[in-house]
Design a protein around this ligand. Structure first.
Ligand SMILES: [Zn+2]
Length: 456
């Protein structure tokens, strides 16, 4: 299997560091709100990666962290803690708020058929580990104190910027206004932040530097070390993590332990809506619940995501989601009606495997799948291969296999009336009947071999 490594921008053969076990870390959500479909795309990506690894015969150990403290509203070292701000707005305690949105996130993953991580560690459960890591950095003289916290001095870490290939000077030129003036370099970042003077935070801990809370990046360095050790196989995240969050994780871990943090770094691209940005101000930050409210199966979104390579921006439109939903229903219909699975179609299985092994080329893999569906192979052979493909695709094919669709008699009656209408070339009548059938939860799919009924 070949994968694209952001670190070094290399397309390289993947080999685990230790035998057959692949260790993976994926940056998880900040649980102050529901995840939107752009966030969720990153976890569909890491799931496909994990499934591809398992299909290659490896075992995996996968960690997704839960950020429940320390992520500030501006994604930098200014502003309020996202969790504390949202908790106040919702009149909940920080704990109640983060529990609520952690559960919502885990339920979204289930709905998208994403294999659970082995652990979902919460940042607030590992404060001691984060403090210990900062102590090591302090001892090695990578830190300095300001009036609002303990900072990492990026000029002391020789390889700072190696992931994004951004030099320190470029970062300085592009630094945003409002950064703490006490910082030695604009790219320096907080490891520990003091609670603001005169106000009490809900989440704060004692440390030898003062009462406060960890910076956003330190949790990933501390928790990946705890659960995966140093130098693990693959670290994933969204492309928006590359320039700051992941550079900072690398700086902290490698400065402290003198070993690489992860060998392969992989990043999924953004999701766009109607070819443009997704933003709260535009009212288009959709959640899975928004999709469900319009009657869409969450797996239709998963199918849509697989239709675009993870390193290409995914353009979400309601039309494209509808197209994905219809395509998926057609596959389910085929599986319902197929013969008992027998021997699969070896040449298609080889092509599918090659597409996945080519840096997870899921659009190509879906193409192979449709070529098989449209081929003249017996349906049982197609089904056998489809089940194999689904180990990677994760579209729940098994659930529909041989499960004949139960069509209520009232729908059956409307379908035969529609057949009659079509015979008489009464197109208006036929369309009316199709709409009635649709309202009852079924779709008439007119194929060259005649019409058939599939679920809506
Ligand atoms: Zn992280």
């Amino acid at each position: 299997m070949k994968l694209w490594n952001t670190l070094g921008r290399k397309y390289e053969e993947f080999k685990p560091l230790h035998g057959k076990r692949v260790s993976m870390y994926s940056c998880g959500p900040t649980v102050y709100n529901y995840a939107h479909i752009g966030n969720l795309r990153a976890y569909i990506f890491s799931d496909i990666l994990k499934r591809a690894i398992l299909a290659e015969g490896y075992k995996s150990r996968h960690i997704i962290n839960i950020t429940d403290v320390g992520h500030l509203v501006a994604d930098a070292d200014v502003g309020e803690d996202k969790v504390e701000q949202a908790a106040r707005e919702h009149k909940l305690s920080a704990k109640e708020l983060t529990r609520k949105y952690t559960n919502a996130f885990l339920s979204d993953l289930k709905l998208l058929n994403i294999i659970s991580a082995d652990k979902f560690p919460r940042a607030t459960d590992f404060i001691k580990e984060q403090i210990n890591l900062i102590k090591i950095l302090e001892k090695k003289e990578y830190t300095y104190k300001t009036s609002d916290g303990v900072y990492f001095d990026t000029s002391k870490f020789k390889n700072y910027g190696k992931l994004s290939r951004q030099r320190l000077e470029e970062k300085e030129a592009g630094a945003r206004v409002g950064v703490s003036t006490e910082k030695h370099n604009p790219s320096d970042f907080a490891l520990w932040r003091f609670s603001p003077k005169g106000s009490k935070r809900e989440m704060e801990w004692k440390s030898l530097w003062g009462v406060g809370f960890p910076g956003w990046h330190i949790e990933c360095s501390a928790m990946s070390r705890k659960f995966l050790g140093a130098n693990f196989d693959i670290h994933t995240g969204g492309v928006d993590h590359i320039a700051v969050h992941h550079e900072n994780e690398i700086a902290q871990s490698e400065a402290a332990y003198g070993e690489p943090l992860a060998r392969v770094w992989m990043h999924s691209e953004f999701l766009e809506v109607d070819g443009g940005k997704m933003a709260k101000s535009l009212g288009n930050t959709y959640t899975l619940a928004d999709l469900a409210a319009k009657g869409f199966d969450p797996l239709a979104f998963r199918y849509l995501a697989l239709g675009t390579h993870y390193r290409t921006p995914l353009n979400f439109t309601w039309e494209s989601l509808m197209g994905a939903a219809v395509a998926l229903k057609k596959i389910y219909a085929m599986l319902r009606d197929c013969d008992k699975p027998k021997v699969g179609c070896a040449e298609f299985e080889a092509d599918f495997k090659a597409a996945v092994a080519d840096d997870l080329n899921t659009p190509k893999a879906l193409g192979v799948m449709w070529k098989l569906i449209d081929s003249n192979y017996p349906s049982g052979a197609k089904a056998k291969s489809l089940l194999k493909f689904d180990e990677v695709l994760g579209l729940n094919f098994k659930k529909y296999l041989g499960q004949k669709l139960k069509v209520p008699s009232v729908v059956q009656k409307l379908v035969s009336e529609r057949e009659q209408a079509r015979k008489k070339k009464d197109w208006t009548g036929s369309d009316k009947l199709r709409d009635q059938i649709f309202e009852l939860g079924f779709v008439v799919d007119d194929t060259p071999k005649g019409s058939r009924i599939i679920e809506k």
